[in-house]
Design a protein around this ligand. Structure first.
Ligand code: VGL
Ligand code: ZN
Length: 184
């Protein structure tokens, strides 16, 4: 198989979005088997691996204390903002930070990061995507990827929704948008 044009994109797999975190996604710890299998596969095939992280300054506009929709989460350089230790990232993983401005939020890994340029420079046309949360940052990232013309495989077992009831609807919407849903 020729797959020199494929990259693995892991969205926001950080302590605060996992079980025990301040914005814990239900059942999120169930994603690690799939995530780590695909990291190993990507590593073996020499695909670029990109891990995005939500990386907010203190008093970010998305926090409830500022009138935003979310509890405080992923504050820069705190434990909650660290990549979850169960995710076995190889050293050459490209880390991308987003949501770093005080007054602007960024759900998509492409928003304000110039990640598109990194993929283009490496001749990437296809993305395999997993991460948290399905109904927030994974959805936004995948929609942007489709708008930018990337082929997208979404790892259904490697993602979970914050609002559990939203999960199936989001998957359907993404599939309608041309995303390939991969169930192991
Ligand atoms: C996210 C809520 C707030 C996410 C980020 O990564 O899905 N969700 N900020
Ligand atoms: Zn956030």
């Amino acid at each position: 198989m020729s797959d020199h044009d494929t990259a693995l994109l892991l969205v926001d797999i950080q302590n605060d979005f996992c079980e025990g975190g301040s914005l814990a996604v239900p059942d999120s710890n169930a994603i690690f088997d799939t995530v780590n299998q695909w990291i190993a596969l990507a590593h073996g095939r020499g695909w670029p691996i990109v891990a995005s992280r939500d990386w907010h300054p203190r008093e970010h506009c998305s926090f409830e204390a500022r009138g935003g929709p979310w509890p405080e989460h992923c504050v820069q350089d705190t434990h909650g903002a660290e990549f979850h230790p169960h995710m076995q990232l190889p050293p050459e993983t490209v880390r991308v930070s987003k949501g770093t401005s005080f007054e602007t939020d960024a759900y998509s890994a492409f928003d304000g990061t110039e990640l598109e340029h990194y993929f283009r420079r490496h001749g990437i046309r296809k993305l395999v995507v997993a991460g948290l949360a399905l109904d927030v940052c994974v959805q936004a990232s995948v929609r942007d990827a489709r708008k930018l013309g990337f082929d997208v495989d979404l790892l259904v077992d490697g993602t979970r929704a914050v609002d559990k009831a939203e999960g199936p609807r989001v998957l359907q919407t993404l599939e309608d948008d041309g995303v390939h849903l991969v169930r192991e």
